[in-house]
Unconditional design. Structure first.
Ligand SMILES: Nc1ncnc2c1ncn2[C@@H]1O[C@H](COP(=O)(O)OP(=O)(O)OP(=O)(O)O)[C@@H](O)[C@H]1O
Ligand SMILES: [Mg+2]
Length: 229
């Protein structure tokens, strides 16, 4: 079986600042469908850079990234947008919710881009919000929600197009420990349903809830424990 995610010798150099920064250096690993992986490492070690590449939000300077058997290098912008929309659900530390609109409309948004009809969008969004325990907050806007609730809306939104991969960058970074554990419970459930979960964290107790931990330091993988095979 081909791995869901196949990263081979990826290097990422940022040329934007005063000096070039090598954020990732010859990184290689595979992730199988259905894995639950935590990527850990200190600040500046390259975690977000890696997540942006895995999520097709950015491209590596060199090396190959094959997602579900397809080489990202050979995809045009439309194909990349399509992968981002259909295959991958993103959860960001800062939630990235639209502040002036309701929970349900936030969850509907990716479904608009995916061309899902309105009635189905609302039905699905409602179901997703109920599944993360927000059935009574469908019409609240983000400023009427707690941090943990906002993150749950963001998770519901990430699931809206039924992606096979959930990529989460510090999904519990802004949360108290009880809320963090509730968020991790939701990821557990999604993983049990067959979703592949990849989350970035620098909190040890969060990483421990994943089945596999990839440690990264100075842009290199220094440890990889709990791999499926
Ligand atoms: N757009 C950019 N332009 C230039 N340098 C960047 C850019 N983004 C990140 N970097 C640099 O690349 C390195 C890795 O950054 P990255 O954001 O991947 O780290 P991180 O592990 O996610 O850190 P944190 O835990 O603080 O979020 C850092 O040295 C950072 O300064
Ligand atoms: Mg980061």
């Amino acid at each position: 079986m081909i791995p869901l995610i196949d990263v081979k010798g990826i290097t990422k150099i940022y040329n934007g600042g005063e000096i070039a920064t090598k954020a990732l250096s010859d990184v290689s690993f595979e992730i199988e469908k259905g894995e639950f992986v935590a990527i850990v490492g200190p600040s500046g070690s390259g975690k977000s850079t890696l997540m942006h590449i895995l999520g097709c939000l950015d491209i590596p300077t060199s090396g190959t990234y094959i997602i579900n058997g397809r080489n990202v290098e050979n995809m045009n912008d439309d194909e990349l947008a399509n992968i981002r929309n259909k295959e991958i659900g993103f959860v960001f530390q800062a939630y990235n919710l639209l502040s002036r609109t309701t929970s349900i409309k936030n969850v509907c948004l990716p479904m608009i881009y995916a061309g899902i009809p309105k009635t189905e969008r609302y039905e699905r969004a409602k179901k997703l919000l109920i599944s993360v325990g927000l059935g009574n907050k469908l019409f609240n806007s983000p400023n009427q929600l707690s941090g943990g609730e906002k993150q749950r809306v963001a998770i519901a939104r990430s699931m809206a197009t039924e992606p096979s991969i959930i990529l989460a960058d510090e999904p519990t970074g802004n949360l108290a420990s009880k809320q963090s554990m509730e968020i991790m419970d939701i990821f557990d459930e999604l993983n049990i349903k067959g979703n592949t979960i990849i989350l970035i964290t620098h909190e040890e107790n969060i990483a421990k809830r994943a089945k596999r931990i990839i440690s990264i330091m100075d842009g290199k993988i220094v440890n990889d424990t709990g791999r499926l095979n």
